[in-house]
Ligand binder design. Structure first.
Ligand code: MG
Length: 374
């Protein structure tokens, strides 16, 4: 069986899918998922789907749906079409040579992997060398106007089965909400995520948060403040987790050098695809760090691919991948992603991700289309 595919055509679909409710973090608020779906067809007519899913504005990183669209349209898709035979396991080396954001690269590589898995009629995880297991799911909860609203959401998500709760914090919304949640839920596996909203001068706040038996404190400082994060970690018992600062293998080296985190949040989108993610997991584990799989969040296509990665035995905390219904009235995959009452996501068996893209739904949410042929 060939280890590569020949790509005949690519279609980019820009979609906007509304959230169930707006999501607020320290950088801003979003109310819909603005994403690029990448539909690829091989010479044999096999289809693969990928998703490039940066947040709008500078919500999480400098990449945006517009910048990813431009990178895909002008550089990445032409590079793919001119590559001839494409091997999904080595395509990341082609992508590394291209100037484009990681989200665009992750989306295109995801489409290549999906088409390859569908060609081989094998599950994506199996092709990545990952053994099937149920995936533990945790929920990420945004910033609210009142503590009461936050407590209500925590209670609701725990009742749905989520195995751990992450609450977003920012200056002015940190010790007080954590104190309240801990008082209500003393045994709850709980963590916080600051999305880079603090500086080393806020050490006193983290010393207070250190008292709450948190699983981890995610991205307390700026993405490029690895040295300061090492200093902060040295003052705390709670492990720090790197998210925005773990954008590449080079960045991971810096984190390791400065002992800036004990845990790494691996996001397929942020690091530029499944292969890069696997290389980072390997490097992190070799350095004695623990890992888990985060999300932006994404729509069902990227979430389903990340779920296959999340089955990897190296991940020792619940993933941020949640049920489709936590974010969307209507996701674009069938079945939608669900969690069971014990907080596990069962990845469907079958070729590719095991989820199917609902084309009618994609068309219903589409705002722009661009087609490319060899
Ligand atoms: Mg985060």
């Amino acid at each position: 069986m060939s280890e590569s595919i020949a790509v005949r055509s690519v279609v980019l679909h820009r979609v906007r899918v509304p959230f169930v409710e707006p999501f607020r973090i320290s950088n801003g608020v979003v109310a819909e998922k603005d994403a690029i779906l990448i539909e690829l067809a091989t010479e044999e007519g096999i289809v693969g789907w990928g998703e490039a899913s940066p947040m709008s504005g500078s919500f999480y990183s400098s990449a945006t749906p517009d910048s990813s669209w431009t990178a895909l349209s002008e550089r990445l898709v032409p590079a793919l079409l001119s590559a001839g035979q494409v091997n999904p396991a080595t395509f990341f080396e082609v992508l590394r040579e291209q100037s484009a954001d990681q989200f665009a690269k992750a989306g295109l590589e995801g489409a290549v992997w999906d088409a390859y898995a569908n060609t081989r009629r094998l599950p994506l995880g199996e092709l990545l060398g990952i053994e099937r297991r149920p995936v533990r799911s945790g929920v990420a909860i945004g910033i609210f106007e009142t503590i009461d609203e936050l407590i209500e959401r925590v209670r609701r998500y725990i009742s749905e089965g989520y195995q751990r709760v992450k609450i977003k914090i920012q200056p002015g919304w940190d010790v007080e909400p954590v104190t309240a949640v801990r008082a209500q839920f003393p045994q709850l596996p709980l963590m916080v995520d600051a999305n880079a909203a603090y500086t080393i001068n806020d050490l006193h706040i983290f010393r207070e948060l250190d008292r709450f038996d948190l699983l981890m404190i995610e991205q307390p400082l700026a993405a490029n403040a690895s040295e300061e994060a090492g200093e902060l970690q040295a003052h705390l018992t709670t492990p720090l987790c790197a998210d925005e600062s773990a954008e590449s293998l080079t960045a991971l080296d810096q984190l390791i050098k400065h002992r800036a985190a004990r845990i790494i949040n691996i996001k397929v989108q942020r690091v530029g695809g499944l292969n890069e993610a696997l290389l980072m997991v390997e490097a992190a584990c070799a350095a004695g760090l623990r890992c888990w799989v985060g999300t932006m969040p994404e729509l069902g296509i990227a979430s389903a691919q990340a779920l296959h990665l999340a089955m990897h035995s190296a991940f020792s905390f619940p993933t941020d991948i949640e049920a489709s219904s936590r974010w969307y009235v209507d996701d674009i995959v069938e079945p939608t992603i669900t969690i069971d009452r014990s907080g596990f996501i069962q990845v469907p068996d079958g070729a590719g991700t095991g989820f199917k893209v609902a084309r009618a739904k994609v068309e219903g949410y589409t705002t722009a289309v661009e087609r490319f042929r060899l």
